[in-house]
Design a protein around this ligand. Structure first.
Ligand SMILES: [Zn+2]
Ligand SMILES: [Zn+2]
Length: 139
């Protein structure tokens, strides 16, 4: 009888210490936000794209809350309203993924300095975004 009670207390302590650990998270979510690493934009991470060509994009993604969707947004840094927006949903449900895509840079794109955003949204609604500067040049 005494032993049983001890076991119950031990389980209770374990559960509450885990709850404490989770509550240290940024937004009180039960899972960590997606993690984006080893981002490579352009061949050899050159951060260079060419009008009328495609841009190589690769990244390692870990999403504890499982991937919902991955989006890429490329927009001009100032002035202009050239914008490329893409959404990929084929990674849905994965915890680990190597994201590898080639983004078409339309031939009417104005060359210049652009912002590149890669955003991963998990199934819990957590989002992680990375932002990089890239140059779009004429071929
Ligand atoms: Zn590639
Ligand atoms: Zn931006």
């Amino acid at each position: 009888m005494k032993t049983k009670l001890k076991t119950i207390i031990a389980i209770g302590l374990l559960a509450s210490s885990q709850a404490f650990f989770w509550s240290c998270d940024d937004d009180d979510a039960s899972v960590s936000k997606p993690v984006i690493s080893d981002l490579e934009i352009g061949l050899d991470d050159s951060h260079k794209a060419y009008v009328g060509s495609d841009l190589h994009v690769e990244a390692e993604i870990i999403a504890e809350g499982l991937i919902d969707k991955i989006t890429i947004e490329i927009h001009q840094e100032e002035g202009g309203d050239d914008e490329i927006e893409l959404e990929y949903d084929e990674y849905e449900g994965l915890r680990n993924a190597t994201f590898h895509k080639h983004v078409d840079i339309p031939s009417e794109t104005v060359p210049g300095e652009y912002h590149f955003h890669l955003t991963v949204t998990d199934q819990e609604g957590n989002q992680t975004s990375v932002e990089e500067d890239i140059t779009i040049a004429l071929k």
